[in-house]
Design a protein. Structure first.
Length: 351
């Protein structure tokens, strides 16, 4: 009898979910779970979309699927002021993600992007058939040990700046650090032990710390342990025994004092370098060494993955050491780059 009553209960009598706009606290919590660089990029992309909607008389929030298709088409055809070329496919993908994220954050229906992705597939095909460089994703070149030795040889490692740059390059390579992760390190986060360094690296994409073990290098000139020790000693001579590991250095070779603009402090008062400044170290050092290629802050991370693969290390161990999620497509892509010659499937086929 009870079962019959339960089955005959009208659906309308069941409690209905009540939705409400997100609170300021909830919005802040969502923002905290998104990487700063992604949040800035999404903000720029959303501003571009709303500006286009204003100019075309369409509604940005909630946007219809047709509006998103029109905007995607606009991005594939309209030259950008900075480059004189339309957006690349990856930039358009990010713009679509920004639109969806903005709708979800505003608690309104997220527009379907199926039609927009059809447009994007056609755009990729058009670029590829035209042999347009935009059809291929731009990648940082991997900075591998032989190239790293060339870069280090061009540094003046008798100076505080040279010691800082050498430590950043070697530690960044050895822990597969992103520049944002390197900039966030404090002196207390990198402890020297009998076996090498133990670095507590906060992996922003994983939202977790990894305790990364970094052994001594066989060559003193490229040993990350010795490089960090030399930097730590130079920092102590400058009166810095706590705070950030990597700091700004002024043109006189001193730890840069706090910066001010119109009497107000700007930047990090401890002198911590920014992720952009850490990337500049890589770009400046490779240029000074005369290396050809596309070198960015990500070259250290890619270089580690490539070198570790060539050395025969297991993908899971490499990934966990460098803070990649298990099964990371990005890491597998780096391994494929390393394997295209080392483990080429054409080899041994009898050709």
């Amino acid at each position: 009898m009870s079962q019959q009553l339960e089955l005959s209960t009208p659906v309308a009598a069941l409690p209905q979910a009540v939705s409400a706009p997100l609170s300021d606290a909830a919005r802040a919590a969502l923002a905290a779970g998104t990487a700063d660089s992604t949040r800035r990029a999404y903000s720029t992309d959303w501003a571009g979309f709303t500006s286009w909607c204003t100019a075309t008389g369409t509604t940005p929030l909630p946007a219809s699927p047709e509006t998103v298709v029109e905007y995607t088409t606009h991005l594939t055809l309209t030259p950008r002021p900075r480059t004189g070329r339309p957006y690349g496919p990856s930039s358009i993908e990010r713009a679509l993600s920004a639109i969806r994220t903005a709708h979800a954050a505003a608690n309104v229906p997220v527009p379907s992007c199926k039609g927009a992705r059809v447009v994007l597939r056609g755009y990729r095909d058009r670029l590829a058939r035209a042999k347009d460089p935009a059809a291929r994703p731009r990648k940082a070149d991997p900075l591998q040990p032989a190239q790293l030795r060339t870069v280090l040889a061009a540094l003046d490692r008798t100076t505080l700046q040279g010691k800082r740059d050498a430590a950043l390059l070697l530690l960044g390579f050895a822990c597969a650090g992103r520049v944002s992760e390197l900039a966030a390190l404090d002196l207390a986060d990198v402890a020297e032990t009998d076996n090498g360094l133990e670095a507590a690296v906060y992996r922003k994409k994983l939202k977790a710390f990894t305790d990364t073990a970094i052994p001594y290098g066989a060559n003193p000139a490229t040993c990350p342990v010795r490089a960090v020790r030399a930097l730590r000693e130079a920092m102590a001579e400058a009166g810095r025994t706590e705070g950030p590991l990597f700091v700004r250095v002024d043109r006189h070779g001193r730890v840069a004092p706090p910066m001010h603009r119109r009497g107000r402090p700007i930047g990090d008062p401890t002198g911590r370098i920014t992720p952009e400044a850490a990337a500049d170290v890589v770009e400046r050092a490779t240029a000074a060494a005369g290396l050809d290629g596309r070198w960015t802050g990500h070259s250290l991370r890619r270089g580690f993955a490539t070198a570790a693969r060539k050395a025969g290390h297991d993908v899971v161990r490499v990934g966990r050491h460098g803070g990649w999620a298990d099964g990371s497509k990005a890491l597998l892509g780096y391994f494929e780059d390393a394997d295209k010659w080392e483990d080429n499937p054409v080899a041994g086929t009898g050709l």
